[in-house]
Write a protein that binds this ligand. Structure first.
Ligand SMILES: NC(=O)c1ccc[n+]([C@@H]2O[C@H](COP(=O)([O-])OP(=O)(O)OC[C@H]3O[C@@H](n4cnc5c(N)ncnc54)[C@H](O)[C@@H]3O)[C@@H](O)[C@H]2O)c1
Length: 265
């Protein structure tokens, strides 16, 4: 067994035009994978194909998965919308569209397949609203999910955190279902990563708004530092890792957990 074992693997990377997705796609191409990029803009890496994809649009999602077609070994859900967009748009891109795309890609996966979802430190507080999140993730369709959010927006809180919390809870729910088919699904949760998304957040709020998330490492991550955990999750070397979340945040999750900030005491 070699790690990372991606030679000739057929993989999809969403959001490969910048930031974490671009770094993941670049690494996978270097490792000999057949990489299919999907997103709003073309990947920077020399991928096998690029399919335009808008995760807020169901027809676009269906079209992209159909166009890629064929067998898929691994899916990297790296695309994500910034927290400053309208709430429903964020929810569509960061959870409902990502979920729909994953469900459709699963039709192209078989035993040994794996899915890695790029979540966020913003999703850590799922533990505080588990029942609400399970109610939301039980919304069977994309449209049902939008309608649920419109009814429950106040209880849900900020759409960026809520969508990432939902991604974590849904990933854990799906892990028990998909493992019956020999398919694994996990999340990695980046802390502050110096990407165009973080530049935009800093522009809209302030650098000081990001400082607390840099505790205790005292710095931000590069996109490249996010790659190995994601590649590990979707590799054969992680064959018994399922429904897990890897915090890739320099110790922020650990500090928050020990301080009791992520649970209702
Ligand atoms: N940068 C951070 O500090 C940070 C922290 C925690 C989590 N994350 C998560 O990491 C992931 C990657 O973010 P990043 O920091 O690399 O940001 P980025 O802005 O560099 O990349 C985001 C990617 O998503 C694509 N995208 C945006 N909206 C889309 C849509 N509607 N349909 C399809 N693709 C769309 C963009 O084109 C881009 O390729 C996201 O899911 C983000 O939520 C980032």
């Amino acid at each position: 067994m070699t790690f990372p074992d991606y030679e000739n693997k057929r993989v999809i990377v969403t959001g490969a035009s910048s930031g974490i997705g671009a770094a993941v796609a670049t690494a996978l191409v270097e490792l000999g994978a057949e990489v299919h990029g999907a997103g709003r803009r073309a990947p920077t890496a020399e991928v096998a194909s690029f399919q335009p994809l808008d995760l807020s649009d169901q027809a676009s999602i269906r079209g992209a998965v159909e166009a890629i077609g064929g067998h898929v070994d691994a899916l990297f859900n790296c695309a994500g919308a910034v927290p400053m967009l309208p709430a429903v748009e964020i929810l569509k891109v960061n959870f409902l569209g990502t979920r729909l795309l994953t469900d459709l890609v699963l039709d192209h996966m078989s035993e040994g397949g794996a899915i890695a979802n790029c979540s966020s430190d913003g999703g850590y507080p799922w533990r505080k609203k588990r029942e609400l999140l399970i109610d939301f993730t039980s919304s069977p369709t994309f449209d049902d999910g939008v309608a649920w959010y419109e009814r429950n927006a106040e209880a849900a809180g900020h759409a960026y955190s809520f969508a990432k919390e939902a991604l974590n809870v849904w990933t854990m729910q799906q892990s028990a279902v998909l493992i019956q088919r020999g398919i694994r699904i996990n999340t990695a949760s980046p802390g502050a990563v110096q990407t165009p998304m973080l530049d935009a957040i800093e522009g809209a709020y302030s650098a000081a708004a990001i400082d607390p998330v840099e505790y205790p490492s005292g710095r931000r991550s590069t996109p490249e530092e996010q790659v190995a955990p994601l590649l590990f999750l979707n590799s054969d070397g992680a064959s018994y890792v399922n429904g897990a979340d890897i915090a890739v945040d320099g110790g922020f999750w650990a500090a928050q957990s020990v301080a009791g900030a992520l649970w209702n005491e």
